[in-house]
Design a protein around this ligand. Sequence first.
Ligand code: PRP
Ligand code: URA
Length: 209
Amino acid sequence: MSVVEIVDHPLIQHKISLLRDRNTGTKEFRDLVSEIAMLLCYEATRDLPTEEVEVETPVALARTKVLAGRKLALVPILRAGLGMVDGMLNLIPAAKVGHIGMYRNEETLEPVEYYCKLPNDINEREVFVLDPMLATGGSACDAIGQIKKRGAKHIKFIGLVAAPQGLKALHEAHPDVDIYVGALDEKLNDNGYIIPGLGDAGDRIFGTK
Ligand code: PRP
Ligand code: URA
């Protein structure tokens, strides 16, 4: 059974409220996206396997646990997913990073892939696909389909804000993929924007509007 989790930790709720504010500027927005990604990473890595080791503390021998060395990869969906990479790497610095480029055709809202470069051993890695916004779900569904075609078998999706349609579409298209998002919003508007949402995540991260 896969996980579909709205990670409504108070720190995440607080930071997403700041993100939503139209008066939040580019630098603060970028910092918040990174911090929220780090908090979501904490939750999405909860089931990583561990193994017992012995460590000498200054006063005794401790039997304790470390990560069992599972190989990890991050795949941000360009552009906005890039804003989540540093926060994730703060907690899992050994992860390799692939990239997949998707944009939505503004009229049809259909996703268009324009770039894909993944680690060669993606089939051996647990893959975290990153995108702040899950609106219609088209971009995430297609990106994950492409990543699976290239051999990935264990995939989790991490997003900041989802619309009900996007969450449903992603879960139905890829029922094996665990989904972690920070907020589930009300709906999409006629232009495919999440309501209330936070606007265009890519533009707000990169200051392009
Ligand atoms: C945004 C966002 C997602 C996509 C979500 O990207 O970052 O990738 O829209 O919408 P969907 O769920 O309806 O597919 P956008 O197309 O604006 O590209 P950008 O990140 O390059 O700005
Ligand atoms: N992409 C965004 O950046 N924001 C939305 O609300 C929907 C898609």
